[in-house]
Design a binder for this molecule. Structure first.
Ligand SMILES: NC(=O)c1ccc[n+]([C@@H]2O[C@H](COP(=O)([O-])OP(=O)(O)OC[C@H]3O[C@@H](n4cnc5c(N)ncnc54)[C@H](OP(=O)(O)O)[C@@H]3O)[C@@H](O)[C@H]2O)c1
Length: 358
């Protein structure tokens, strides 16, 4: 870890992901000298309570980033697009959880155990991938490195916490309405999510995919350094509170046995194989919730293609899918002396300098 305690800001600190970020920073004893919690003007002056401690919320304005070393952003794409460059201009390095910067070629897009070295070239903004991409990348990396990947088909079963606090309240409200025999009101989603499965996450694009599905395609290619990877995705919202599940079908370059796939997956840091169908053991959303690992099971040969493998991947979308990976990126840049922008480190002649205020 870096020698000097860092000043860390969390933008979106009242949100589902922001609150989890604060919790994860504490759990992992991140060396933050000062923690600055920011949200919209609506929340400024209020407080969030976590682990028995009360934190006051400030308004996320450009001035709020004076003296900040690392700013973890989780307040939506518009806020990140507008505010992240202002934070960088004030000297902060932004780790951004939104969709604003992920596909910018100048911005590293990092899954901590897949491509941490890419963080070295950052110029002030590092992007945290979409939650569905996040849990897929470590298992695809294992296959890429072990046997090569030709094609991937992934279908997601995504929890409502992926949409935020209002969606969690909407599912709860619709379950209560159902039990009470009243109509289910849908405001966040276009249809009731309770007792349903909605094949619409984010907006529809001209190619017929949703933006969520297309994020999985483009972000996976960038993270895995496989720009030509053939990948297709159907993303579905399901009435689960926390954790995304994914059914994945991969056509590999070299042949692979189920036993070899288990070994490759188990060797990835942060990946846990749970695969004993006879004992009804496989990854479950409820069991993954609150955990930082990516769980994989139901590993089997896919006989529909010559070298096919099918499996099921589950992870907590708020933790590894968002907050934990953002904090892990902060740990990587703090440990490796990459808090300062690459050009600033190069100009100072010290590629390893952490820089404190940069
Ligand atoms: N949930 C997930 O699984 C997940 C995973 C990956 C990425 N993300 C991304 O993370 C971001 C936040 O998600 P969430 O689920 O935490 O949403 P959320 O629960 O709705 O929280 C939104 C947060 O953004 C803040 N905010 C809104 N407008 C703001 C403004 N103008 N200036 C400053 N702060 C503002 C809110 O503050 P107020 O309380 O003051 O309104 C709140 O803290 C989104 O970009 C989302 O796409 C979420």
């Amino acid at each position: 870890m870096t020698r000097k305690p860092l000043t860390v800001a969390v933008v979106g600190a009242t949100g589902v992901v922001g609150r989890t970020m604060i919790q994860v920073l504490g759990e992992r004893h991140f060396p933050a000298g000062e923690l600055r919690l920011l949200a919209s003007g609506r929340s400024a002056g209020s407080a969030v309570s976590l682990d028995g401690r009360t934190h006051e919320i400030g308004e996320a304005t450009a001035d709020a980033f004076d003296g900040v070393d690392i700013a973890l952003f989780s307040a939506g794409t518009e806020v990140s697009a507008a505010l992240a460059p202002l934070a960088v201009a004030r000297g902060a390095t932004v780790i951004d959880n939104s969709n604003a910067w992920r596909m910018d070629p100048a911005v590293p897009l990092i899954v901590s155990q897949v491509n941490p070295d890419d963080a070295a070239f950052h110029e002030g903004i590092i992007a945290n991938p979409n939650c569905s991409t996040m849990q897929l990348a470590p298992v695809l990396m294992a296959l890429r490195d072990g046997v090569g990947i030709e094609r991937v088909v992934v279908d997601t079963y995504q929890s409502v916490s992926g949409t935020g606090a209002e969606a969690i309240a909407e599912l709860e409200g619709q379950i209560r309405a159902h039990v009470g025999g009243s109509p289910k009101e849908a405001r966040v989603y276009p249809h009731p999510i309770a007792f349903n499965a909605l094949p619409e996450i984010d907006v529809f694009l001209e190619n017929g995919y949703t933006r969520e599905e297309w994020k999985v395609v483009t972000e996976s290619r960038k993270i895995l350094h496989l720009p030509e990877l053939r990948l297709s995705c159907t993303a579905v919202r399901v009435p689960v509170f926390v954790s995304h599940s994914e059914a994945v079908h991969v056509e590999t370059t070299e042949p692979i046995t189920v036993e070899r796939a288990r070994e490759l997956f188990a060797a990835v840091p942060g990946v846990v194989v749970q695969d004993d169908p006879a004992g009804h053991v496989y990854p479950l959303a409820t069991q993954a919730a609150g955990r930082d690992e990516v769980f994989v099971g139901r590993i089997r040969r896919d006989p529909s293609v010559e070298r096919g493998l099918a499996f099921w991947v589950v992870s907590d979308n708020l933790r590894k899918g968002a907050a934990t990976n953002a904090v892990e990126i902060a740990e990587v840049i703090a440990e490796r002396g990459w808090v300062a922008r690459a050009s600033v480190r190069a100009a100072s002649g010290d590629a390893g300098r952490s820089g404190g205020a940069v």
